[in-house]
Design a protein around this ligand. Structure first.
Ligand SMILES: [Zn+2]
Length: 282
């Protein structure tokens, strides 16, 4: 049941087919591609999804908006599906007079100029546009499905804080629901206390995985602070670390700007300042 069948794709479209097709939705209101099947690593989250659907989580509103942009530029009906491919980022072609485009989900939250370039590339085969698109793919390389699968099962439900809920809320609020990284509580490292330093969160690009230090799963750690740490790591997933003079800049200006959008940023900074010693001893 991995195939998506559209009601009007069965027979060739006639001359006036476009008018008919446009009169009703081109694709089901919620395309099968927008349904997320729980990742095998998250199986303890019991959400009843049908099996066999594509394993990709896309923001359906964003997909429809992008499909409309393609449709506005294309004289033929358009069907857009989002993919999570590792190699083929963009594929398109005409089938029975319908333009079918299969595009990597990284383009859903691409800047307007990139989306416009992609439309020109797909619809007109514009060369200059393909360069813009190519650059964007290069800069978003980290959003291509993890090269290395995560081996350990993910643990998101802590004793005091549920990372999946926090992540979901941040995803909706700050990333338009397009975030596709994984999150887990890290393992408690065996160290002598008090620690000299502590890394509250980390992001692994090859696994596309955010790890949060289990020391934050305490009743005296406020939720907004855990949320801030998760948010910080989520930005690492979407903001590229440029290499300047052979050194990777982990927190470039674009990162800092984005981090400051966190509503409780100042509060989180203050809390960290006043509780860092307690965290080091915890
Ligand atoms: Zn960082």
């Amino acid at each position: 049941m991995g195939r998506i069948v559209f009601p009007f794709a069965q027979k060739p479209l006639g001359r006036d087919a476009r008018a008919k097709v446009v009169a009703r939705p081109l694709a089901p209101r919620v395309a099968p591609a927008s349904v997320r099947v729980p990742d095998a690593r998250l199986v303890h989250v019991e959400i009843p999804f049908p099996s066999g659907h594509p394993q990709i989580f896309v923001h359906e509103g964003a997909r429809q908006t992008f499909e409309r942009k393609l449709q506005a530029a294309c004289p033929r009906p358009v069907i857009l599906s989002m993919t999570d491919n590792r190699r083929s980022m963009i594929a398109f072609g005409f089938e029975n007079g319908i333009l079918r485009a299969r595009i990597h989900h990284m383009f859903l939250d691409a800047p307007p100029a990139v989306q416009e370039a992609l439309v020109r590339y797909v619809v007109q085969g514009d060369r200059a546009a393909s360069l813009t698109v190519g650059r964007f793919i290069h800069d978003n390389n980290h959003r291509i499905r993890a090269a290395r699968p995560v081996v350990r099962p993910l643990a998101t439900q802590g004793d005091h804080h549920d990372l999946l809920t926090i992540y979901g809320q941040l995803n909706d609020k700050y990333f338009g629901g397009t975030m596709d990284a994984l999150v887990t509580w890290g393992r408690m490292p065996k160290v002598e206390l008090p620690r000299r330093t502590i890394k509250l969160g980390s992001y692994s690009a090859v696994e596309r995985l955010i790890r949060i230090h289990p020391v934050l799963d305490r009743n005296w750690v406020p939720r907004y602070f855990v949320s801030y740490v998760v948010y910080h790591e989520m930005i690492h997933h979407v903001v590229v670390s440029p290499i300047v003079g052979g050194r990777k800049i982990l927190h470039p200006p674009a990162f800092m700007e984005r981090e400051r959008l966190f509503r409780e940023y100042d509060r989180a900074m203050d809390w960290e300042q006043t509780h860092v010693h307690r965290l080091l001893r915890a």
